[in-house]
Write a new protein. Structure first.
Length: 184
């Protein structure tokens, strides 16, 4: 009979321990769910259709200001539009909740020295409010796909100091001219 007296309290302690442990696990799971940051809004990447140059102008101006560059002149805008219309310059624009938050532009041309199509990433810009959400990588993926589809064997960029680590993280390799190259 002494065995029964000892086993009952042990069972009650086990039940108490089990209930407490269950409550602790449930409380921890609730805290874990609450402490997770909200997921960022979805983004979309579109090829620039050539219809809204005012939007592109706004994005380019924001990029040039961020980079410490002067605004483009009317003649430079004219040249840019002609390149886009000829198809030698392609832009991609990133949107979050319908708002343009970034863009990139890629030039493609024939390189007689390499006897190959080359692609040069002219710009890549994501507004401060939309950074660290994968938008820069998505823009770069769009440019890389465009370059491959058009026969380029490499994509190069003259990266400014603010973007060097980004391009190195994306497998671009520096050469001796401060140009970063990604083999396609």
């Amino acid at each position: 009979m002494e065995t029964n007296k000892l086993s009952r309290p042990a069972c009650k302690i086990s039940a108490f321990f089990k209930d407490t442990l269950t409550k602790l696990i449930v409380a921890t799971e609730k805290k874990a769910v609450r402490s997770e940051p909200p997921s960022p809004p979805p983004y979309e990447i579109y090829s620039f259709d050539g219809k809204d140059y005012r939007l592109l102008s706004t994005l380019v101006s924001a990029y040039r200001s961020w980079s410490g560059l002067n605004a483009l002149s009317a003649a430079q805008w004219h040249d840019l539009r002609q390149e886009a219309e000829r198809g030698t310059l392609q832009f991609y624009i990133a949107y979050v909740n319908g708002n343009a938050v970034g863009f990139c532009g890629v030039h493609r041309s024939w390189d007689p020295v390499q006897n190959a199509v080359t692609a040069f990433l002219d710009t890549l810009y994501v507004h401060d409010c939309a950074r660290n959400r994968g938008i820069g990588h998505a823009l770069l993926d769009a440019v890389t796909a465009f370059s491959r589809e058009n026969g380029a064997t490499q994509l190069s960029i003259a990266a400014n100091s603010q973007l060097i680590s980004f391009f190195v993280d994306c497998n671009f390799q520096p050469d001796n001219r401060q140009i970063f190259i990604l083999s396609l």
